[in-house]
Design a protein around this ligand. Structure first.
Ligand code: FMN
Length: 322
């Protein structure tokens, strides 16, 4: 193969792309490779009809896969040109990524690429160790670099406002039979399945009533553990709320998660209030000064969990010669 042929780098980058986080591990992506171009597409059959009827979280998940793809190509010394939402007639085509020659990777780009395979969602308790200011700034800068913002909920008042809306959202979802049926369908104890959240990934039940309630996956192990007293909670926000904003938010979330992983930090999500339009609106009024909440992360130090399954690259990729 000639040394400028990008096929090998693209193949490696697709393996990185599918390691992205996705809501309920739905992996709502498809890739089409045409020579040096990779098309990143939304798989509409994998959008959650109850939790995510507009496909916003699916687009965030695809944005995370897009970031992994870009980062892996850069680490392989490839220059990339990204065209987001290139065809208004095909909104499921979220972006094209074109390999455009060679450009050496920086050490920071290589660190990010190394973090792709080490990142997992960590729903277990974190240790009570404060995330230092330098790491907080690096997380904020990561989201900024992708055209979104990371709002740190670092005052007791902000945390309490969020906790109140989170409790309300979580209770509603627990009481909603349709939501629960969808969650059950995507929670799995079947080791042969390549998608869904394995019940073991749900983490232990909290002892007592924690300030911030993680999503309760069915079949969660019954062991009870104390959760950290002072978690770092950070919200990815965008100025608008279009498909392009969702794609940006997904890339920003993923860049922040990779920076966190490189710094030895774990993260999990609190999406419950963002999944409900009235509570999402309340977050805008109470916390974000009108910016649109896209994802909420709980960040801290803890022991990393096992990786969750993925559909093989061959199952989600087609190759075209035309
Ligand atoms: C947009 C988005 C929202 C998510 N929301 C939640 C959530 O509310 N609670 C949760 O425990 N995990 C949430 N997750 C994490 C996924 O369940 C997780 O990424 C998936 O199961 C794959 O596992 P991994 O992240 O360990 O690779 C979310 C992920 C994404 C991308």
């Amino acid at each position: 193969m000639d040394s400028d042929d990008p096929r090998e780098a693209i193949d490696h980058a697709l393996h990185a792309a599918v390691r992205a986080p996705s809501v309920h591990n739905t992996q709502p992506w498809r890739f089409v490779v045409r020579g040096p171009v990779v098309e990143v597409c939304l798989d509409g059959d994998r959008v959650l009809t109850v939790a995510d009827p507009d496909g916003r979280e699916a687009r965030l998940s695809c944005g995370a896969a897009l970031l992994n793809l870009r980062v892996a190509l850069r680490a392989a010394g490839r220059a990339v040109v990204v065209d987001p939402l290139p065809d208004p007639a095909h909104p499921e085509l979220l972006a094209t990524v074109r390999v455009a020659g060679r450009r050496p990777a920086t050490p920071a780009e290589r660190d990010l690429a190394d973090a792709v395979g080490n990142r997992t969602t960590n729903r277990r308790p974190f240790v009570d160790r404060i995330v230092p200011g330098s790491e907080r700034s690096a997380l904020v800068a990561a989201a900024d670099a992708e055209g979104a913002h990371l709002l740190l909920l670092d005052t007791p008042r902000a945390l309490e406002t969020f906790a109140t809306l989170l409790r309300r959202a979580d209770q509603r979802q627990e009481d909603d039979p349709d939501y629960q049926a969808e969650l059950r369908a995507w929670t799995t104890g079947d080791p042969a399945r390549h998608d869904g959240v394995p019940s073991a990934a749900g983490g232990p039940r909290p002892a007592g009533t924690p300030l911030l309630k993680l999503r309760d996956y069915p079949g969660r192990r019954t062991a009870e553990r104390e959760f950290e007293q002072d978690p770092l909670v950070a919200m990815v926000t965008t100025a608008g709320d279009t498909a392009l904003d969702h794609l940006r938010a997904g890339q920003a979330m993923q860049r922040a998660l990779l920076v966190a992983t490189s710094a030895g930090l774990g993260a999990s999500f609190f999406s419950q209030p963002i999944e409900q339009p009235d509570l999402r609106a309340a977050l805008r009024t109470g916390l974000t000064a009108g910016a649109h909440p896209q994802a909420v992360l709980r960040i801290g130090y803890g022991h990393r969990g096992a990786p969750t399954p993925r559909r093989p690259v061959a199952e989600v990729t087609s190759y075209r010669t035309e």
